[in-house]
Design a protein around this ligand. Sequence first.
Ligand SMILES: Nc1nc2c(ncn2[C@@H]2O[C@H](COP(=O)(O)OP(=O)(O)OP(=O)(O)O)[C@@H](O)[C@H]2O)c(=O)[nH]1
Ligand SMILES: [Mg+2]
Length: 267
Amino acid sequence: MATQQRSIDTYIKSAYTQSGRWAKQTQFKAEVIQYCRGIQSSNVASSMMMSSKSTKVIIIGAPGIGKTSLLLRYCQDSFESNYKSTIGVDFEVEKCSVLGQSLTLQLWDTAGAERFKGVTTSYFRGANVVVLVFDLTQHDETLEKTKEWLLEARESCANEFELFLVGTKRDAVSEHRFESMMPTVLHYASMHDAELWITSAKTGDNVAELFQRIAIISMENLVMKELSRLRKDEIARQVQLEKSTLIRIKVEDKSSSIDRRRECCLR
Ligand SMILES: Nc1nc2c(ncn2[C@@H]2O[C@H](COP(=O)(O)OP(=O)(O)OP(=O)(O)O)[C@@H](O)[C@H]2O)c(=O)[nH]1
Ligand SMILES: [Mg+2]
């Protein structure tokens, strides 16, 4: 685990912005900035500002494509060239802050081996972010495999999630090879409606940025969800207030007409 909490204050995007549902957004939403900076209007209770936020991220894909290495680079800033296949599932917790709001990333590293599928998919439930990994050095097979893994994720997550398609081992493919595979890779990204990232755990290229991007999108989702809940609560409170005011007016109205009748009788 990293010793220092990372702070994310600037909005970052992938270099490949053609696909994914966040493709058109170029900066933090104004409401998110206001919320995170604690200058939201009065209807947001200050206690809400402090509520801790966390997001579940699962890293999935074929065996040996560099899933564990991505995490190792991000969490410990190191690289292991010996391949040690993951047994079932591993778990890391990373804390960061986005625009000053703290966020816990629960990072689930899953085994790609077929024999663990029963175990790994049981951990997919409740994932907010799916990192669908393929290996640039064997992009034909591993990209094809992403279809199966995505299907597994859709079946097992039981909720909506953000999707990232991540190509690994960029250091191990030549510029020429990379350029020639890109049309296929971009096609897969748009087919899955996923945001595409190209990384290298060996050199560290784009690894921290990828997780920063995951943190940004997670924070945007969490804040927007919370604001929508707060607005609903506020509307419900207003309706309740209006109802009780109406009842009070009616009661007052009734009692004043009784008083008037009484006055009449007394005359
Ligand atoms: N050159 C290069 N090699 C990498 C990179 N990332 C991972 N590798 C190597 O690829 C092999 C497999 O990496 P892992 O991260 O263990 O793969 P995995 O996807 O976690 O595999 P499973 O746990 O079996 O599913 C290891 O030998 C790594 O050193 C990279 O960015 N560049
Ligand atoms: Mg692994």
